[in-house]
Design a binder for this molecule. Sequence first.
Ligand code: WTA
Length: 648
Amino acid sequence: MTDHLTHLADAEQRTFAPSDAFRAQAIADEGIYREADADRLGFWADRARDLHWHRDFTEVLDWQPPHARWFADGQLNVAYNCLDRHVEAGLGDRVALHWEGEPGDQRTITYAELTDEVKRLANVLRAHGVGDGDRVAIYLPMLPEAVAAMLACARIGAIHSVVFGGFSASNLRMRIDDAKATFVITADGTWRKGKVFPLKPVVDDALREPGHDVSGVLVVRRGENEVEWFEGRDRWYHEAMAEVEADHEAQGFDAEHPLFILYTSGSTGKPKGILHTSGGYLTQAAFTHRTVFDLHPETDVYWCTADVGWITGHSYVVYGPLANGATQVLYEGTMDTPGPERPWELIERYGVTIFYTAPTAIRTFMKLGRQHVQSSDLSSLRVLGTVGEPINPEAWMWYREVVGSNLTPIVDTWWQTETGAMMIAPLPGVTALKPGSAQVPLPGIAIDVVDDAGTPVTDGSGGLLVVTEPWPSMLRTIWGDDDRYRETYWEKFGDRYFAGDGARKDDDGDIWLLGRVDDVMNVSGHRLSTAEIESSLVAHESTAEAAVVGASDETTGQAVVAFVILKARFADAQSVEESEATLREHVGTDIGKIARPRQVFIVPDLPKTRSGKIMRRLLRDLAEGRDLGDTTTLADQGVVEAIRSQLR
Ligand code: WTA
């Protein structure tokens, strides 16, 4: 992947400067970089003061590497900032959410209505004994209630842990256990690909074995599918909401009060609980959302297609947009239901002006053909964004020409679950855009590309991406495992943050992201760990040994490819096709559909070095159908031929 992207980076010559008309109305100009460079901490303090503080801060940053505290003596309420503040400013009638269900049902929710919903839900949580610092697992689809649930936790100082609705019961349980969650919010089911997909049964399965601390499960009615009911534990959302007071006063919490934990894959099997706190996180989520998308909240209609189960859904569906008083579209279902015209119809129907999605989605639509896009009127669009993986220049150009009528700026935004908010991105009214590059660190963000020894590389060379100064929305630690936090991000370069991504500075000093340098795969913009999928495969009774690699894939960026050695008695009893299908399904149920390998190859052996390490590079070459490079370190030269003969 990296070589291919390096080549693209070096070959790309096109640039697209902002039009005069765009520049004239843009909320930021070049001056913003000068302002941040002149006084970085002052710059962030000013951004923080765009929020409402219950108690103002006097201290901006306390940096004891690798631990940062931002605005630490200030107090704020994150939900108040996203809701009440706008209502009190007379904007209660502004639409917060244009929600559309997959079957086509619609709900319009104003800021006043969302504020009421969250106040009530805060009271429901309190009535169920959820308090300041308690962990709440949220296993909800894209419903307004998911947004409300996150904000209700924030409002009372509870820490939410949203688990993507596509994750399996055992994955949900792992997250519930690690965070010691005491309460779960879910739905009976949700519409996905034209059918009701049950969610509550997954929660029931996750909680079936004792040993957890969950005492209550609140269930939103959506799918109307039949569900088992556990008296004393389960409550319907609508019933609980009808029983509580409508009023709730938001109290201030310390800026460093934990806001949420979000699990993400690392290079070992166990997901990491990334911890984010309140003041710094909200400051950077709101600032970047406003500035990178050139948000004019009075007139813009914004749509981010990410699920709330991922960081993009946290920062750019919930916290950033709502802190900015934006009007947005929230869509329940899959993009191609009932057909590939669905997203474009949504854009036309709601007059979407800012659209934020993943390169995989763009490549998928590109393959299906422009006619599905062009049957809708997309003239309302004025800013497009991408996130989650590198975007190839060809997809970038298609996005601009076909979706953006050949005029719309595209902001390619680089960031991570750990960074909390965008870090590298062009500004649409300032930057001359280059297809395929995220280009420049945002104002107030300090980034470099260094070699393995930590020395910055010169323009025109590649290396590893580091963040050289702490930033407001940075992760504070890994929940329950500060040692892992230190080792993963800080051990390599001291007080510089190691992102785990390869990057290149082009001759102008612009940054091109080249993909992960660790054992993390990026499939359709979702992070998956090779080790996690390997342990899932090995847990299956038929598997003797397994190795997983991310192979490049035209649509999904990377795809999961597994090589498995079967135990002898299974190898004899089943056809290769049966074994492959069984193992794919096994990973799909064990972890979740997104982790299901594209291919499972049953092989007689795995290529290993003389010291016994699996040679993943070789496996990746095999999976990508490339010529093998140097194989002289292989312990057994015959292994590769034996594997190759199995690949179809
Ligand atoms: C990758 C998603 C290239 C990168 C917000 C990073 C990107 C990982 C981009 C984080 C981009 C994200 N260009 N690569 N614009 N954005 N990535 O935690 O490898 O799900 O480390 O956060 O996605 O994925 P995560």
